[in-house]
Design a protein around this ligand. Sequence first.
Ligand SMILES: Nc1ncnc2c1ncn2[C@@H]1O[C@H](COP(=O)(O)OP(=O)(O)OP(=O)(O)O)[C@@H](O)[C@H]1O
Length: 378
Amino acid sequence: MKLNRKDILKALETISVAGDGQNMVESGVVQNVMTFGDEVVVDLVMSTPALHIKKRAEVDVMKAIHEKVYEKAKVKVNIKVNAPEKKKPEIKGKPIPGITNIIAVASGKGGVGKSTVTANMAVTLSKMGFKVGILDADIYGPSAPIMFDVEAERPLSVNVDGKSKMKPVENYGVKILSIGFFTKPNQAVVWRGPMAAKALNQMIFDAAWGELDFLLVDLPPGTGDIHLSIMQSLPITGAVVVSTPQNVALADARKGVAMFQQESINVPVLGIVENMAYFTPEELPENKYYIFGEKGAKNLADDLQVPFLGEVPLVQSLRESGDIGRPAALQTATPLEASFEELTKNMVQETVNRNKSLPPTEAIKITTMAGCSAVKKK
Ligand SMILES: Nc1ncnc2c1ncn2[C@@H]1O[C@H](COP(=O)(O)OP(=O)(O)OP(=O)(O)O)[C@@H](O)[C@H]1O
């Protein structure tokens, strides 16, 4: 028997598409029908890769042709899956007028020197002529007020366009707002995510930051819900991850990078900084002792295919300068100044590359807590 294409299409019109109210031909699922004698080939395009739905469609097509056209027809059904494009993250956070780049500084593990790197990178950016701010969001141990010697200061209230705003405290050319300004010294800050997020939101949106080329956000260590809160409310340009070369820190740094890279967050990682890369006695700067291991963070960056921004040695004066509130990067013509200059230059370069190649990051509305655990392990 010679089959007719029109009869086949008519038979296929009796198959409805679930949830669509249309039949298979009307809805465009049937893309093509070819007949050769008693053979018929039906090409379908479906939006779901679910096996049981594809199987069901195949059975329906065969049944309709056998029952309505010719029961001995040799039917072949080809199914192509055309999955709809993945939904883009919903935009939630408002851009902050006047702030060009927001850089999150993170670490997986605590105490690896994230705040030290943030403070010195900020000072170096300022020395390079950029307008810089630090948002110290480390709710567990805000250290920017000590590192900038502004512990006793409090942000003043100023009037901007009829609204009362917080004026960041300023020192060494860096504008600073810290959660530490709002808690008493020695007060244990055990804030729940939403409380911390509210306080941070105020420091971001109710603050008179003015024009800034870079706002560095010193995140708390780890990959918890405060990170998600911040990424929900801020359009972060990119992230810098700080690690020491030892394995325990590297494992957590890997999680930190994975957090930014996971699909629902998708913040570009500008690079990894290796802090405490080696110990060097001030009087013998040529002597390097790799007490936490050699090039661990550099190798991690290579492994994860993210840029390596640079290394900072373990030096006693760097700790001292943090404690007395005068960042070491303010020094001139020292190896420490050179280290911070090198990594800051690389960070700026990566920001420029990122801004050339990608659209602005949308602040992300995270609708599940999947982000807390969905850290991909490589
Ligand atoms: N390269 C370094 N050389 C010497 N001391 C350092 C160096 N980096 C950091 N430190 C010191 O180590 C201590 C911890 O550093 P820092 O507070 O910057 O770490 P952190 O990762 O921000 O910690 P937290 O987990 O509290 O956020 C500080 O006393 C700091 O001065």
